[in-house]
Design a protein around this ligand. Structure first.
Ligand code: CTP
Ligand code: CA
Length: 220
């Protein structure tokens, strides 16, 4: 019997991935977040590990089990996510940004719980913009192959293509969220400078495996 050794698609590659929402504190008991479930990112982490990659998963606040063989680092805010990602990014061949990073955070963090205290009007909060983690990584001199995600409610390909150009990425994966947020299946469109590739509706793990294969093909 001749045994053919089939090397795995991402054998020996290092892949960094962000997943889930971020949580931006207003005070010790309140904050701003979003409905990202983290399922797609966790599925990609699992699929990449199955494909032989060394996977580091930077996860926002989600209650999902860590995929087998994946190194997981939990963070809360966008700033913490950036601090976890930036020093690690140059040691990776691939960066996949699936996290729904909060675009803004409260400009001031209140040390103590804000009380009603008989105030006549509701408090107002000034917001300040969070750093763009993906664009920051893509601009590094030793940037990994960067994959962005775009969850849009309309004009999916147009918006995905705009993000491809604005963040200077080789690949943006579009999906029609928030209809897909928390759902177990999804459909994706891979948007690149010269083409679009559709991955039809399927379970998130199936799509994650297909996406990992597409990424592996592009690494050559
Ligand atoms: N992203 C990021 N850091 C941010 C915002 C977004 O890393 N502060 C990443 C996301 O993980 C995703 C991609 O950028 O891979 C696109 O995120 P999206 O929210 O769709 O794009 P924005 O540039 O924030 O634009 P908008 O929310 O206005 O559509
Ligand atoms: Ca955003």
């Amino acid at each position: 019997v001749i045994a053919h050794f089939q090397p795995k698609l991402l054998q020996g590659r290092r892949l960094l991935i962000t997943a889930g929402p971020t949580f931006e504190a207003i005070d010790p008991v309140r904050g701003i977040t979003n409905l990202s479930s983290g399922k797609m990112g966790f599925a990609i982490a699992r699929a990449a590990a199955e494909a032989g990659a060394e996977v580091t998963l930077i996860a926002g606040p989600v209650h999902l089990p860590t995929p087998v063989g994946v190194r997981r680092i939990d963070v809360t805010s966008a700033q913490q996510m950036l601090e976890a990602v930036l020093p690690r990014a140059p040691q990776h061949e691939v960066f996949v940004a699936t996290a729904a990073v909060a675009d803004w955070r409260p400009a001031q963090l209140n040390e103590h719980k804000i009380k009603k205290d008989g105030k006549k009007s509701a408090p107002t909060f000034e917001l300040t913009e969070n750093a763009d983690i993906l664009a920051t990584v893509a601009a590094l001199p030793d940037a990994p192959y960067c994959v962005g995600f775009a969850a849009e409610s309309q004009d999916l390909v147009k918006h995905a293509r705009e993000k491809l150009l604005r963040k200077k990425l080789p690949l943006v994966v579009g999906n029609l969220g928030p209809a897909t947020f928390g759902k177990d299946d999804n459909s994706l469109v891979l948007v690149e400078a010269d083409r679009e590739t559709e991955l039809p509706r399927a379970g998130k793990l199936t799509l994650a495996r297909q996406l990992v294969a597409e990424i592996a093909r592009r690494l050559g």
